[in-house]
Design a protein around this ligand. Structure first.
Ligand code: ADP
Ligand code: MG
Length: 267
């Protein structure tokens, strides 16, 4: 079997807190991975559609979206769009997805709909990144059931560790009951400001608790990353020279080194 026939690695970008950098991590890791030659699909599982818009795809005019895929109206191959500047594909989301929650409840295998849909495109990508909503909803559960692991972006703030224990418990439960493959891939320190002593302290605590589950790359607080979405571009593309963009490219390299498929053995 050649390496291109191997299945994609599927990761959720999750944290039940809002505004912690999930979407920024998703689109910039996707663009960074694309820049180092990886084939990437972003799945937007948040009805806010920020990953969709931040990839340059207009959520208001999606012919088909992740909603249609979850409800079985369409396959991912039909519903995906190309991010015009990002170099990766997007399965977009918009408000319609908020209704999916209710409609899914009565469907068979309601938490495995995304997993089932991804089978068709698994060999078309090296990485699938699922941007989760800030909740532990049926949507997030679909992400966690489909994934090999979870990347957790977090700010090094006072209650960060406490919030983390809820997420770790959830991941444990999903691992035990629904998806034995699921693991925490790593914690990514984002919006980091090394001048803030508290952030340094929390960062040290994280490393003490979680060891090598803490990614080496640290994403700094950088205004260019916050400006990029209004241009429909990941920061990595919008301003490649910015500190934030460079950190995400470094993170893409770290991701490939840690988690990418091994190159096919030469014979
Ligand atoms: P979430 O998806 O977890 O809700 P976002 O990725 O949307 O979080 O980030 C929340 C806000 O913080 C957004 O306005 C985003 O542009 C901004 N932001 C995220 N990461 C950074 C960063 N490293 N530096 C500066 N602003 C950031
Ligand atoms: Mg988000």
């Amino acid at each position: 079997m050649t390496s291109s026939a191997a299945a994609a690695r599927i990761f959720c970008i999750a944290n039940q807190k809002g505004g912690v950098g999930k979407t920024t991590t998703t689109v910039n890791l996707a663009a960074g991975l694309a820049q180092v030659g990886q084939r990437v699909l972003v799945v937007d599982l948040d009805p806010q559609g920020n990953a969709t818009m931040g990839s340059g795809v207009d959520k208001r005019s999606l012919p088909l979206s992740v909603y249609d895929v979850l409800l079985g109206h369409a396959g991912i191959a039909e519903a995906r769009q190309a991010s015009p500047k990002g170099g990766y594909d997007v399965l977009g989301a918009n408000r319609e997805l908020a209704g999916a929650e209710v409609e899914l409840v009565d469907l068979e295998a309601r938490e495995r709909r995304l997993k089932a849909a991804l089978v068709d495109v698994a060999t078309a990508y090296d990485f699938v990144l699922v941007d989760c909503p800030p909740s532990l909803s049926l949507l997030t559960l679909n992400g966690l059931c489909a994934a090999h692991g979870v990347i957790v972006p977090m700010q090094c703030e006072y209650f960060a560790l406490e919030g983390l224990s809820d997420l770790v418990n959830t991941i444990r439960q999903v691992h035990a009951n629904l998806n034995p493959e699921l693991e925490i891939i790593g914690l990514l320190r984002v919006m980091f400001d090394p001048r803030v002593t508290l952030q340094q302290q929390v960062s040290e605590q994280l490393k003490a608790h979680f060891g090598d589950k803490v990614f080496n790359t640290v994403i700094p607080r950088n205004v260019r990353l916050a400006e990029a979405p209004s241009y429909g571009q990941p920061g990595v593309v919008f301003d490649p020279a910015s500190k934030g963009a460079q950190a995400f490219v470094a993170f893409a390299h770290e991701t490939v080194a840690r988690l990418g498929r091994k190159p096919a053995a030469r014979s």
